[in-house]
Design a protein around this ligand. Sequence first.
Ligand SMILES: CC(C)(COP(=O)(O)OP(=O)(O)OC[C@H]1O[C@@H](n2cnc3c(N)ncnc32)[C@H](O)[C@@H]1OP(=O)(O)O)[C@@H](O)C(=O)NCCC(=O)NCCS
Length: 198
Amino acid sequence: MTLQEIPSQSFRERSIPVLETARLVLRAPRLGDAKTVASLANDRRIAENTARIPHPYRLADAEDFIATANLGGEAVFLIALRNGAVIGACGFTQVDRHPPEIGYWLGVKHWGKGYATEAVRAMIDHAFTDLDCEALQSSARVTNPASRRVLEKCGFQWTGAGLLRIRAISSSAPIDRFRLDRGLWASLKSWGNAKRVA
Ligand SMILES: CC(C)(COP(=O)(O)OP(=O)(O)OC[C@H]1O[C@@H](n2cnc3c(N)ncnc32)[C@H](O)[C@@H]1OP(=O)(O)O)[C@@H](O)C(=O)NCCC(=O)NCCS
């Protein structure tokens, strides 16, 4: 059975794993993270590039986000450094039988260090290795080249344009849509560098 065939409440039934990368730990949010999440997410540059994050983003928003995370149709991780400091969040959302949609954000002071790419790659590997996904999708506002670049670095392919409702601007905005199929992911994973032998 593929993830697309699993009813949406199945994320609730699965325990959210801890995913480790060279510099990061991805783990389920806990209520004690609310203050940190609120201070990281309370930035218009984050809200305006994500569908659901409000602005301003208050402690109550973080508490609500954490209390309702992983209750169905989604898998939500906080992104932390190896020393435990939380720097952002990421996850999959699944609607109906469409491929799970990946989303992510980082506190602004953590931008530009490759953390988003590292976190998204960990989620991708988890989706294809542990969850038997056949494909993943994502999107980025056309005004958000950093997010587009993260997706491209992770192997996502552009599939078309669209509109997405952005809560923080109370409006819809143009987006580019992207998709990563299992076959391309497997190919990228197996593509080792050529070694010079002479
Ligand atoms: C998008 C976001 C997660 C990127 O995080 P990050 O850790 O800085 O990303 P990375 O460092 O892994 O990669 C960013 C890439 O974009 C590039 N980039 C950044 N700003 C850019 C710009 N204005 N134009 C072109 N490329 C840009 C970087 O150079 C880097 O590419 P490189 O490694 O080839 O040099 C972060 O900016 C963010 O949280 N934004 C707000 C929320 C958001 O947009 N979420 C995504 C929507 S789902």
